[in-house]
Design a binder for this molecule. Structure first.
Ligand SMILES: [Zn+2]
Length: 390
C-alpha cells in the first residue's frame, strides 16, 4: 500500500484539479441544477472505472416548514449511483454526498488554492472525499483480489438536509452490501467517527389568539409566551444524560401592538441510543399536548443513533490495524454529529463513515482541505477493504 501512496503523490496536481472541479460548482442542497452538474462531473470520473451501470436517480423533494408554520417542500437534485460486479462474493458500498450547506446566494463560492491547501465550499465536506472514493475504486480495479469485490458508489443529493428522499436508496444499498465505507471528512484530529449520536428535528407551531395589545390585551392569548414556556420546559431536558435539545430558530408575532397569534419554534435534538430518542419524542408530544394553547408538533428529518455494534467494532479494529501498518495515526472518536452512516447502520450495514479528506472548519467559509492527505487516506481505505474482503 506504501507504493500506492507514492504513486498518488506523483498525481497530486491531478487530484487537486479533480477536487476543485467538483467544488467550483455550487451544489447547495436546494440548488438541484448545481447538484446535477456535480453529479455529471463525478460520473465522468467514475466512468474511467468502467462500472456495469452509472445512474442518475431523482428523489422526492424535502419537506420544510416555513417561518409562518406552513408545510412546504423544496426540490432537490438527483443522486448518483454506480455499480460494478453486483454478483461478486463480497459487496461493499462507498458513500458520500453531492450537496453542500452553501446555497447559490451564499458569499462563499470560490475555491482558493494555496499549495496543497484548498479553501472552498465542500472541499472537505465532502467533495475531497468523493475523489478519494474514486481513487480507492481505481486501485481496487487494478488488483487481482479486487475482482472478488463488487461495489456500489452512492452519492446522495441532499445529505446536508437529512437525506429525506434518498433514504430508500440508502436502505437498498444496505440490503445488498456487506460493508460500508463513507467519505465524510476526517475528524479534525485526522481520526474517524466511531459511534454517532442520532438526530431528531421537530417544530412546535403554537396558535394563540390575536387582540389589540392596548384595548383588549386580556382577550388575547400570546403564542410567543406559550412557545417561550415550551422552550424552557424542553431545554431543561439537557440535564438528562445522553440527550441534547437545541431550539435553534423561532419566528412569529408581528405588529408590537397586537397579541401574537402565531409562533413557531424549531428544535434539533441529539440522542445516544434508540431509548433516548423515544424518550425525547415522548417529552415533545407531552409538552405540546399540555401547553395552554393549541400546538401542532411537526417532526422533521430524523437519523437514528449509530452505536458501536460488534460488527462496527470489527471494522474499526481493521481500520486501526490498517493505519498501524501504514505508520499513520488514525484515532477513532465518538461524535455528536450524524450522517448517512447512521441510516445505513440502522438498515443493517456496518460502516465506517469518515474516511474522507483531512481538513476542517466545515460548514463555514473557512472550510479547508489538504490535497496531500489524499494518498494516505486512499491507502488506508484500500488496506482496510483488502482485510475485510479477503
Ligand atoms: Zn457531509
Amino acid at each position: 500500500m506504501k507504493d500506492l501512496a507514492s504513486r498518488l503523490e506523483a498525481r497530486l496536481d491531478d487530484l487537486r484539479d479533480r477536487i476543485v472541479a467538483l467544488a467550483e460548482v455550487n451544489s447547495g442542497s436546494f440548488n438541484p441544477d448545481g447538484v446535477a452538474r456535480v453529479g455529471e462531473r463525478l460520473s465522468d470520473l467514475v466512468a474511467e472505472l468502467q462500472p456495469d451501470s452509472i445512474e442518475t436517480l431523482g428523489v422526492d423533494p424535502t419537506p420544510v416548514l416555513s417561518p409562518d408554520g406552513q408545510k412546504t417542500e423544496e426540490t432537490v437534485g438527483p443522486c448518483f449511483r454506480a455499480i460494478k460486479r453486483p454478483d461478486a462474493p463480497v459487496r461493499i458500498c462507498l458513500f458520500g454526498h453531492l450537496d453542500t450547506v452553501f446555497p447559490s446566494d451564499h458569499p462563499f463560492q470560490d475555491v482558493k488554492v494555496d499549495g496543497w491547501r484548498l479553501n472552498g465550499p465542500g472541499v472537505a465536506d465532502c467533495k475531497g472525499g468523493l475523489v478519494i472514493a474514486t481513487e480507492v475504486l481505481r486501485y481496487l480495479e487494478s488488483t487481482q483480489w479486487g475482482q472478488n469485490v463488487g461495489w456500489e458508489f452512492l452519492a446522495v443529493s441532499e445529505e446536508e438536509v437529512g437525506s429525506y428522499g434518498s433514504k430508500k436508496l440508502l436502505r437498498d444499498a444496505a440490503l445488498v452490501a456487506d460493508f460500508g465505507f463513507g467519505f465524510e471528512p476526517a475528524l479534525p484530529s485526522g481520526g474517524v467517527a466511531g459511534a454517532r449520536k442520532g438526530s431528531v428535528t421537530g417544530h412546535l407551531v403554537v396558535h394563540g389568539l390575536a387582540a389589540h395589545a392596548g384595548r383588549a390585551h386580556h382577550e388575547g392569548r400570546s403564542s410567543i409566551l406559550a412557545l417561550s414556556n415550551l422552550i424552557v420546559r424542553l431545554e431543561a431536558l439537557n440535564a438528562e444524560p445522553g440527550v441534547t435539545v437545541n431550539c435553534g430558530r423561532i419566528s412569529g408575532g408581528g405588529p408590537l401592538n397586537v397579541v401574537p397569534d402565531l409562533a413557531v419554534g424549531s428544535f434539533n435534538m441529539r440522542v445516544e441510543t434508540p431509548a433516548d430518542q423515544s424518550f425525547v419524542e415522548s417529552q415533545f408530544t407531552a409538552a405540546a399536548s399540555e401547553s395552554e394553547l393549541d400546538v401542532d408538533l411537526v417532526w422533521g428529518s430524523t437519523r437514528p443513533p449509530k452505536v458501536r455494534t460488534p460488527e462496527l467494532q470489527r471494522m474499526l479494529d481493521s481500520l486501526t490495524e490498517s493505519a498501524e501498518e501504514l505508520g499513520i495515526d488514525v484515532p477513532v472518536e465518538d461524535t455528536g454529529g450524524c450522517c448517512d452512516g447512521n441510516d445505513l447502520a440502522a438498515a443493517g450495514l456496518p460502516n465506517v463513515d469518515s474516511l474522507g479528506i483531512r481538513g476542517g472548519a466545515i460548514h463555514s467559509a473557512n472550510e479547508f482541505a489538504f490535497v496531500d492527505s489524499v494518498p494516505e487516506r486512499v491507502a488506508l481505505v484500500t488496506n482496510m477493504i483488502a482485510k475485510v474482503a479477503q
